[in-house]
Design a protein around this ligand. Structure first.
Ligand code: SAH
Ligand code: F3S
Length: 470
């Protein structure tokens, strides 16, 4: 897994692939790469693919120190405010490094690159490469182009050829892996920039997805998280020409030897159809935890957001899911202070949170995104009100989350042991089915395995426990 600043484990991983190149004085040197990643899980996934690609095709080794890098890449996010300022302030710092090391190649990718294209270079001429989420597979040839010609290159197109065909075989980085199954989004929610920066929905062929997961399972992966802006819109054809829906894909993934846990992120409620709900009835590999963003509990705000469902319809889906899987828990995303949101609208959001009894949630203050329909609306909720509402909502969610955590005290939880704890390498950590992090003592031999842990302590963001069965 990758943190915002990318994960140190990449460094360890890269040492296995020690490609060298010869300097003019005959000295051998490794080429070094650093990627700074902002934003969603998709960006983190893309960055890991970029690193693998540049390692296997051009021998780049990972470095944590940006001053040591020969190629510096910035994978950007524009979902909320200050995206541009953040990008250009980072580039300002990188420019100083390039002044000392003129051969340094700087590339900018992700959603800000996709939206701004050439403008990135106009404002920041130190940038050599501008690439989009759909052209990152071209990085090796783009880097070669810059090395050869010392001229910049920009490609933020949405290409027909799938970038996935160009990626090397996946390499497991632990027992849990992300696998992208669909790119882009067609929903055009009024506030959201994603359809403009990542393009329309394109599903990966199901045989390719299944092959990637089988290869990961052979390397010890036990849990997959199927990724996409809107995974439940997944619809692809098999090599035999058969249709494969998201429900079909879930059952096929569950049948892969070694895959015992399936998660997916993210879904839109209008496409959480009955055939997907039925998978919860017969597929125990699918976790009893679902992130299903609702954004607001007010029908008038949902309409203004172009979410295409009411609060009641959302609750109906939750009801059906609970019927199919009685112990299922939910999390959501909420936007606070969307244009026109009154106190009454906000109260309806709070009511929905209580009624659905969400376990955890992400909540964001509305941020107008240039080019989206909502950016044309009057942003009439004051900053003060937005902050107050966010605080109230988060307090309520936190209380619910703690209530669920406390309910787990003394219970046995099945944990996939992911590795040593970040804060204490003498301890191990892993996640429950409902995604809570649990810390416990144990032998390193159980890393990558499922174990039963009795929960002995509840902390705000995590749990502690004792291994009972291996
Ligand atoms: N389906 C996507 C949603 C992407 S955006 C996914 O992969 O999660 C993630 C969340 O950011 C949204 O659900 C929404 O709550 C929030 N968001 C998107 N645009 C926003 C904006 N303009 N202002 C505030 N929050 C926003
Ligand atoms: Fe954005 Fe709505 Fe798609 S939130 S990613 S346009 S489902």
């Amino acid at each position: 897994m990758l943190s915002n600043d990318y994960n140190i484990s990449r460094g360890l991983y890269f040492t296995q692939y020690h490609f060298l190149y010869t300097l003019s004085n005959g000295q051998l040197m490794t080429k070094k790469l650093h990627i700074k990643t902002w934003g969603c899980q998709m960006n983190k996934y893309d960055s890991s693919k970029m690193a693998n690609l540049l390692n296997s095709m051009q021998g780049f080794n990972w470095t944590e120190k940006i001053e040591d890098a020969d190629v510096l890449l910035l994978n950007t996010c524009s979902i909320r405010e200050k995206a541009y300022e953040k990008v250009f302030s980072m580039l300002g710092r990188w420019k100083l490094i390039k002044e000392k090391k003129p051969t340094l190649i700087i590339g900018v990718g992700g959603c800000v690159a996709s939206q701004e294209g050439e403008y990135i270079r106009l404002r920041s001429p130190c940038v050599d490469i501008v690439f989009g989420p759909q052209t990152l597979h071209r990085l090796p040839e783009m880097i070669k182009h810059v090395q050869k010609t010392r001229t910049p290159i920009i490609d933020v197109s949405f290409q027909e050829i799938s970038k996935f065909d160009r990626f090397p075989e996946p390499r497991a980085e632990g027992p849990s892996a992300f696998v992208s199954i669909i790119e882009g989004c067609n929903k055009y929610c009024a506030f959201c920039i994603v359809p403009y920066t990542r393009g329309e929905e394109v599903s990966r062929p199901s045989d390719d997805v299944l092959l990637e997961i089988s290869q990961l399972a052979e390397q010890g992966v036990r849990e997959v998280n199927l990724l996409g802006q809107n995974v439940n819109a997944y619809c692809a054809t098999t090599y035999d020409g058969e249709i494969c829906t998201f429900a079909d894909l879930l059952r096929l993934v569950a049948a892969i030897d070694g895959i015992d846990r399936i998660r997916f992120t993210t879904s839109h409620p209008i496409e959480l159809t009955d055939d997907i709900i039925s998978v919860y009835e017969d597929t125990p590999e699918l976790v009893s935890f679902l992130h299903l963003p609702v954004q607001s509990g007010s029908d008038s705000i949902l309409t203004a957001m172009k979410r295409a469902h009411t609060a009641f319809e959302y609750k109906e889906i939750i009801h059906k899911l609970r019927k199919a899987r009685p112990n299922i828990r939910f999390s959501s995303d909420f936007i606070i202070g969307f244009p026109g949101e009154t106190q009454a609208d906000f109260d309806q959001t709070l009511n929905l949170i209580t009624e659905v009894n969400f376990d955890t949630s992400f909540s964001f203050i509305y941020s107008p995104r240039p080019g989206t329909p909502a950016a044309e609306m009057v942003d009439d909720v004051s900053d003060q009100e937005k902050k107050e509402r966010l605080y109230i909502l988060q307090q309520q969610i936190n209380q619910q989350m703690l209530h669920f955590s406390r309910g787990m005290l003394g219970s046995l939880q099945r944990i996939l042991v992911e590795g040593t704890s970040r804060k204490n390498i003498m301890e191990l950590s892993g996640r429950t089915e409902c995604n809570r992090i649990v810390h416990f003592e144990g032998s390193h031999k159980i890393i990558g395995k499922f174990v039963d842990v009795e929960i002995t302590e509840v902390l705000f963001h995590s749990l502690r426990g004792i291994v009972v069965h291996i």
